[in-house]
Design a protein around this ligand. Structure first.
Ligand code: HEM
Length: 350
C-alpha cells in the first residue's frame, strides 16, 4: 500500500470496528507481500486441483438433484432455479454448511455482491452492510459452536476453526472471517454468471451445442471460450505499488490500472466476437485475473461450469426461451438477471 502509515492506521482503526468485510483488510484480495502469501497458502491447501476432483462427485450429485427438481417444473427461470442453486450448494459443501444454510448463503451472496457497484444509493449501501454483518455473525457463531464441541467441524469452516483453537493460532479470527466471507462472495455470483452465460451462448449457437453432443471431450475448452467471450467479471482495478512499464507505457507508482477488454483483443484471439468452442487458445483469457491475485477458485469454477452445463443440455437438449431474458445491470459483473425457459423435455436424454 502506498498511503502514509498514519493514514493506513486511521483507516484500519475505523474498518476494524465493524464486521469483517470481504473486500477490506485483512481480506487477501487487498493484501500484498507476506500477509497475502499467508492467506493464499491457506486457501491453496484446500483449493487444489486434486481436491476439486474429489468434490466432482459432490457437484454431480448436486446438479443431478437440481435437474430432477427442474423436471417437474416445465417452465422455469433458469437463473433462480438452476444457476443460483448450484454454486450456493457447492460453496455450502466446501465451507461445511447444510443445505438450509446454502439458501441463506445464496441470499447473502446475491445481496452483498452489490458492494462492488459504484455510486450505490444509500438504501442499497445499508442493505449490503446488513448482509456483511449477518455473514460475519454467522461465521463467528460457527467458530464458537465448533470450538465448544457443539458442532461437528466440517469443510473449510471446520479447518479454520481448528486452527483458531490452537495456542498460537496461525490466523487471527478476523483474518479467518474475512477469508470465508471473501470465498462466499467471490465464488457465488461469478459462477452463477458463468452458468447463465453458458446457457445463453449455447442456446443461441445450436451448431456449437451439436458439436458438444457428438464430441463431449470439447466441454472443458467450451467453458474457457464462454469465460473468454462473455466472462462474469468485466474488469479488475489494481494500483501500481512501484514505477513500472506496461509495454511502451510508463506507469508511475500510485496509478490505478483497470484490467479489462483483453479477452477480445484481435491480435490474440482472431475473430474475437465469434463463439468457437474449439478455439485453440481459448484458455489464454484473463477472466480469472493474473499474477499473485489469480483466482484461487478457477479450477473449481471450471469444473462446476462444465458439470452444470453439460448435464443440463444432456437432460434438456431442446431448451428454449419462453419470454425475454434480461441481463443484470452491474459495473463490474456481467450475467443474467432472469432466464424464463421452456424445458421441452419430451425427447430428453436420460
Ligand atoms: C467463473 C467464476 C469466477 C471468476 C470469473 C472469478 C474471477 C476472479 C478474478 C478476476 C480474481 C482476481 C481479482 C483481482 O485481481 O483483484 C479472482 C480472485 C479470487 N477468487 Fe475468483 N472467480 C471465480 C470463481 C471463484 C470461486 C468459485 C472461488 C472460491 C470458492 C473464488 C475465489 C477467489 C478468491 C479467494 C480470490 C482472491 C485471490 C487473491 O487475492 O489472491 N473465485 N477471481
Amino acid at each position: 500500500m502506498i498511503y502514509p502509515d498514519w493514514m493506513s492506521a486511521l483507516y484500519d482503526n475505523a474498518v476494524m470496528k465493524g464486521p469483517a468485510n470481504p473486500f477490506e483488510r485483512p481480506s487477501m484480495v487487498v493484501l500484498d507481500g507476506v500477509d497475502h502469501r499467508k492467506l493464499r497458502q491457506y486457501v491453496a491447501r484446500y483449493f487444489t486441483p486434486a481436491n476439486a476432483r474429489a468434490i466432482r462427485d459432490d457437484i454431480t450429485e448436486i446438479v443431478d438433484d437440481t435437474l430432477v427438481g427442474l423436471g417437474v417444473m416445465r417452465e422455469v427461470d433458469l437463473v433462480s432455479d438452476y444457476c443460483k442453486v448450484i454454486p450456493a450448494k457447492v460453496s455450502a459443501k466446501i465451507l461445511g454448511m447444510s443445505d438450509a444454510e446454502a439458501r441463506m448463503l445464496a441470499t447473502l451472496g446475491d445481496e452483498s455482491v452489490k458492494m462492488l457497484e459504484i455510486g450505490r444509493p444509500f438504501k442499497e449501501f445499508s442493505q449490503v452492510e446488513r448482509c456483511i454483518e449477518r455473514l460475519d455473525t454467522w461465521i463467528d457463531e460457527q467458530f464458537r459452536l465448533i470450538l465448544r464441541g457443539r458442532r461437528k467441524p466440517a469443510g473449510l469452516v471446520g479447518i479454520l476453526a481448528k486452527d483458531l483453537g490452537k495456542p498460537q493460532p496461525p490466523l487471527t479470527r478476523r483474518e479467518a472471517k474475512a477469508l470465508l466471507s471473501l470465498l462466499v462472495l467471490a465464488g457465488f455470483e461469478t459462477t452463477v454468471n458463468l452458468i447463465g452465460s453458458g446457457i445463453q451462448l449455447l442456446t443461441q449457437h445450436p451448431e456449437q451445442l451439436r458439436i458438444l453432443k457428438s464430441e463431449p471431450q470439447h466441454w472443458p475448452n467450451a467453458i474457457d471460450e464462454i469465460l473468454r467471450i462473455d466472462g462474469p467479471v468485466l474488469g479488475t482495478v489494481r494500483k501500481a505499488n512501484e514505477d513500472d512499464w506496461i509495454g511502451d507505457v510508463r506507469v508511475p507508482r500510485g496509478t490505478f490500472i483497470l484490467v479489462s477488454g483483453a479477452n477480445h483483443d484481435p491480435s490474440v484471439f482472431p475473430a474475437p466476437y465469434t463463439f468457437d468452442i474449439k478455439r485453440i487458445n481459448a484458455k489464454d483469457h484473463i477472466t480469472f485475473g493474473g499474477g499473485r491475485h489469480f483466482c484461487t477458485g478457477a479450477h473449481l469454477a471450471r469444473v462446476e461450469g462444465e458439470i452444470a452445463l453439460s448435464r443440463l443440455f444432456k437432460r434438456f437438449p431442446n431448451l428454449s426461451p419462453s419470454a425475454e431474458c434480461t441481463r443484470r445491470t452491474s459495473t463490474f459483473l456481467r450475467g443474467w438477471q432472469s432466464m424464463p425457459m421452456r424445458l421441452n423435455d419430451s425427447d430428453a436424454m436420460e
